[in-house]
Design a protein around this ligand. Sequence first.
Ligand code: SAM
Length: 246
Amino acid sequence: MKKEWFHSYFDESYGSIILDTILPDYTKNQVRFLQEALKPEPNASFLDLFCGKGRHALLLAKQGYTVTALDLVPSFVKELQLKAEQECLPIHPICGDARDLSFKNYFDHVIVLFTSFGYFSDEENIDLLSKIRTSLKPNGTCLIDIENRDYLLRFFCKEKWRKKSYGWLLERNTFYQNTSRQRTLRIVLDKHGNATESERILRLYSEHEILQMGQKLHLKPIQSFGDYDSSPCRSSSPRIITVFKK
Ligand SMILES: C[S@@+](CC[C@H](N)C(=O)[O-])C[C@H]1O[C@@H](n2cnc3c(N)ncnc32)[C@H](O)[C@@H]1O
């Protein structure tokens, strides 16, 4: 069987080229936003689904919340586990596939951040949202943060070059109208001219589709933001950050 793209796209190199280069202040601001949007009780429990190396999980745990953090990549989860142990933080790291989520009425809040929703088939994506709902306690909330299809298509960028300390990062994008999917070919060029390629295939959503999916699953929309500055979501907003209540 053909390997799904996310089994090879997310690896140590993604960790060092993307996750490790996110500025700490940006993450701090995201966590401040999360607290304003979700208003967690002092001892609330969180699930950070698709947690990466746990940059949000670590900050949330430092604020006293209990955090379960799940990711597919063993080295990301290991790194988080070591940090949590060193700092005695209430984090429970899990290495696994988000599609196997099986918690029931367990979390006060579930967060899915930095465009981690839309990796699977349409049926699997909706099934994942249903599993997220099941994992929430009654009245629990989930927050999904994705890129806005309307914005991406309006300012569609076929090719983007970025200068990095290790060389160049090139992204080539193609959009498939019939499936609403964006294929991104990411090419890392090191200083010696060696190129490494990887591919991401992401289902893009407009706000109304996310809201409809929630409605189908009896998730009540509380608010939709257009970015981490708390602006409302519009078609011209770069992101769709939706809060649903069970
Ligand atoms: C865009 S990154 C976001 C990481 C993290 N939320 C952050 O903001 O730093 C997406 C993450 O999803 C993880 N991932 C990809 N496919 C997955 C799957 N099927 N199940 C669980 N995690 C997965 C990747 O390993 C990666 O760490």
